[in-house]
Design a protein around this ligand. Structure first.
Ligand SMILES: Nc1ncnc2c1ncn2[C@@H]1O[C@H](COP(=O)(O)OP(=O)(O)OP(=O)(O)O)[C@@H](O)[C@H]1O
Ligand SMILES: [Mg+2]
Length: 239
């Protein structure tokens, strides 16, 4: 079986800075890949290239055989959850899910509402549907963002530090939501500094540094790595 995601020798620069330096990577359906590495190493840029939010300078990204050229080319197939939630502030909780279902998935209003309600129940926000995002806690906002991404029935979910703006208790709620998604064998890529998430969810870990893959393997072998750069990084974030 071909890998679901194929990244072939992609490079990306912003001005003089080469942020991705010829990265190649294959990800199979059902894999849960964690990406770690120092700030500025290119983690966000890499996953943004996977859903077309960022255009590569050279190389190519294929998802299920489709060349990723823009967000349009993978519309509905790749869901993304950001650190800063990116909800629609002027829509109610329910409409944050209903409106994209109507416009992107072309569902009739009634069907969109019932689907949105089912998703809100899954992330335990069923009693919040008439509120606006600003009145939700950070953890609730992030769970809404996850529900909205899931409503598009994507093949792949990308998470960019989904819990890093949350205090530990709220982060734990989001963690639990991600655990539920992981248990459904969704293909996931998770950028995080939280090694407990890496340990719990990921069956594969990538360590990025300066736009290069320094490590690609299991959590256990990462822990056993003798690379001094990796050891130094881990000592800081996973003492
Ligand atoms: N749109 C942009 N314009 C200019 N420079 C950018 C842009 N996006 C990212 N960069 C630069 O590219 C480099 C990599 O950024 P990126 O956000 O991918 O890093 P990261 O590994 O996700 O870091 P962090 O852990 O801090 O989120 C950084 O030096 C950043 O300043
Ligand atoms: Mg980042």
């Amino acid at each position: 079986m071909d890998p679901l995601i194929q990244v072939k020798n992609i490079s990306k620069s912003f001005g003089q800075t080469r942020v991705l330096d010829g990265i190649s990577l294959s990800i199979d359906k059902g894999e849960i890949l964690a990406i770690i590495g120092p700030s500025g190493s290119g983690k966000s840029t890499l996953i943004r290239c996977l859903n077309g939010l960022e255009k590569v300078d050279s190389g190519r990204v294929n998802i299920g055989g489709t060349l990723v050229e823009s967000t349009q080319s993978v519309a509905g197939r790749v869901g993304m959850v950001f650190q800063q939630f990116n909800l629609f502030p002027h829509y109610t909780v329910l409409n944050n899910i209903v409106r994209p279902l109507e416009t992107v998935k072309k569902l009739p209003a009634r069907e969109a509402r019932s689907k949105a309600r089912a998703l809100l129940e899954q992330v335990r926000l069923e009693d919040k549907e008439d509120q606006y995002p600003r009145s939700l806690s950070g953890g609730q906002q992030q769970r809404l963002a996850i529900a909205r991404a899931l409503s598009m029935t994507p093949d792949i979910m990308l998470f960019d530090e989904p819990t890093s703006s949350l205090d530990p208790e709220l982060a734990f709620e989001v963690f639990e939501t991600i655990r539920t998604i992981a248990s459904r064998h969704m293909t996931m890529i998770l950028v995080t500094h939280q090694m407990n998430m890496v340990k719990n969810f990921a069956n594969r870990v990538l360590f990025l540094e300066k736009g290069n893959i320094l490590f690609d393997g299991s959590f256990e072998s990462l822990m056993a790595s003798e690379n001094s750069r990796i050891q130094q990084f881990l000592k800081k974030i996973y003492p």
